[in-house]
Design a protein around this ligand. Structure first.
Ligand code: SF4
Ligand code: SF4
Length: 174
């Protein structure tokens, strides 16, 4: 495959978080009811999503992302239950991943996709410890946010939506 043109957005050049390593499907971030309704209406079908079990590994993954919400997570994702996640095509590609990156508009993407790899812990806005071209190329957090077309208020807003979707503890917003 030839290198992607530098004029493409950093995510269109990278696409790493939109392609799963085979066997990791059970650790995909869950879709909220709001994600389901919005994207179903936009695309007119349900082939883009699939269900997965609330395995201990999946719940542990969420526990790392929401360390202050163990009770909320246990209630939202009980053992034996299931959740919705993005479907993947051959090679682990997300259903929505095209040659130019995500085919959904930023506004329509699942909430976690909208802010990845940015996250919030308490009142701190940080990036997750993941392999990500945007992180690698950015000189600091403001540059990283700009390259992802994000800003701190938007990150806080979307993060609050994610927390609210699962009934998790609402962090104090400053
Ligand atoms: S968020 Fe990071 S890992 Fe995901 S596609 Fe963009 S640059 Fe790549
Ligand atoms: S919905 Fe878009 S941003 Fe999210 S994983 Fe799929 S292709 Fe990537």
């Amino acid at each position: 495959m030839s290198p992607a043109p530098a004029s493409l957005s950093v995510c269109a050049r990278c696409r790493r978080c939109c392609t799963l390593t085979p066997g990791q499907e059970g650790l995909v971030f869950p879709l909220s009811a709001a994600d389901l309704v919005a994207i179903d209406q936009a695309v007119g079908h349900e082939a883009w999503r699939t269900q997965a079990d609330n395995t201990p590994e999946f719940v542990a993954m969420l526990g790392q992302l929401f360390p202050r919400s163990p009770q909320g997570l246990a209630k939202a994702f009980p053992p034996g239950g299931r959740h919705w996640r993005l479907a993947v095509a051959e090679g682990g590609r997300c259903f929505f991943l095209g040659d130019g990156g995500c085919q959904l508009s930023a506004r329509l993407r699942p909430a976690h996709c909208r802010i990845f790899p940015i996250w919030r812990l308490g009142n701190n806005i940080l990036h997750l410890d993941v392999e990500c071209l945007a992180i690698a190329e950015a000189s600091d957090m403001p540059a990283l946010l700009r390259s992802l077309d994000l800003d701190v208020p938007l990150v806080k807003q979307v993060f609050a939506q994610i927390q609210g979707a699962w009934g998790l503890r609402q962090e104090r917003v400053v």
